[in-house]
Design a protein around this ligand. Structure first.
Ligand code: TRP
Length: 331
């Protein structure tokens, strides 16, 4: 239990691989993170070890890592308030992952749906959720903001934390999931029944960092539905409903108010407004990104400072773990 005057600790991670972050990542994850920074002690990290499960090209991985840091800072993660670091800079993640893997049943790991959906693969992919549990338990996080697709990984984290505590004595804080639902609500513009996703890419995905013309074109050519009324109905009008959600979150206006505003107007006016709102929301992020990506020295420095804060927390937990499980301390 933490003393009442200590701020609760929030932790979350995001993988660097892929073309970049998209509107769903921004609205569903990163914007929530930035909102938590004032109230909580936040640890945000780049899950670069998790990215190795897809064996990225080394040159591309390095670029994607710098890009992710610049994107996160541009989207509002503030290193003056939060600790932003690279998972691979803290060796205890991999070390604790090994210890936890010895507490995980083979069947238990096999039941992880993300692994099953990928149809198997390398052992890294199999161990992925155990590394994620290590990421979280290492920092004694109270709450972990993630999307719905990570719920099962968080359940495993809680199970492993409790299992360790029962066997070896209270060591880990067992974290609460803090599942953000809006992440799931942003759909692909071309296939509005599927969620917007990095792996899918294409004309249905709005990247936070892309040319304004691209964004405009994608919104203008978003799939709409038969009929002409701007109305919210996920079953009958998935395309328009998705655009309404985007406009609502981008402008902070409830969907119901928006629907009223477009009564008697066509899809064309509506799409133009969605495009305008998204461009306005992204404009400051994009200009800040351009400055940041031009300054790799600064990006590296942010990660260095992040590791300087995260490292001692991780090594303190790991020292307790080593002792509890009966490893000899090095002389
Ligand atoms: N698996 C998470 C995702 O794909 C990323 C992640 C890795 C993570 N380690 C974590 C998220 C720890 C939260 C906490 O979104």
């Amino acid at each position: 239990m933490s003393p009442p005057n200590q701020r609760r600790r929030v932790l979350s991670g995001i993988q660097p691989t892929g073309a970049g972050k998209h509107l769903g990542n921004y609205l569903g994850a990163v914007r929530h993170w930035t909102a938590l920074q004032d109230e909580f002690e936040c640890f945000f990290f780049m899950a670069d070890l998790h990215s190795l499960t897809i064996l990225p090209d080394p040159t591309e991985l390095r670029q994607q890592c710098r890009k992710l840091v610049a994107e996160l800072l541009a989207m509002g993660v503030d290193p003056a308030k939060s600790t932003l670091f690279a998972q691979s800079h803290i060796p205890e993640h991999a070390e604790l992952s090994w210890v936890l893997s010895c507490l995980t049943g083979y069947g238990e790991a096999s039941r992880m749906t993300q692994f099953k959906e990928k149809g198997g693969g390398n052992v890294g992919l199999f161990n992925y959720p155990i590394l994620q549990a290590a990421d979280i338990l290492l920092y004694q996080a109270h709450a972990v903001p993630v999307g719905e697709d990570q719920r099962q990984h968080l359940e495993l984290t809680r199970d492993l934390g409790q299992r360790f505590n029962n066997r070896y004595g209270e060591t880990f804080t067992v974290p609460d999931p803090y599942v953000q639902t809006s992440a799931e609500r942003i759909k692909d513009l071309q296939e509005p029944t599927a969620k917007m996703s990095t792996s899918k890419g294409g004309a249905g995905v709005l990247w936070v960092i892309e040319d304004e013309k691209q964004t405009l074109k994608k919104i203008k050519s978003a799939v709409t539905d038969t009929g002409r009324e701007v109305g919210y109905d996920v079953e009958e009008k998935p395309g328009i409903s998705n655009l309404l959600t985007i406009l609502s979150v981008a402008t902070g206006t409830p969907v119901d108010d928006l629907v009223g505003r477009y009564e008697g107007k066509g899809y064309g006016d509506f799409k133009a407004d969605v495009a305008e709102a998204v461009l306005q929301m992204f404009a400051p992020v994009r200009s800040r990104f351009d400055e940041l990506i031009a300054d790799p020295g600064y990006l590296d420095e942010v990660l260095r400072e992040g590791a300087a804060t995260a490292g001692p927390v991780a090594s303190a937990t790991m020292a307790t773990v080593r002792d509890r499980i009966g490893l000899l301390a090095p002389a």
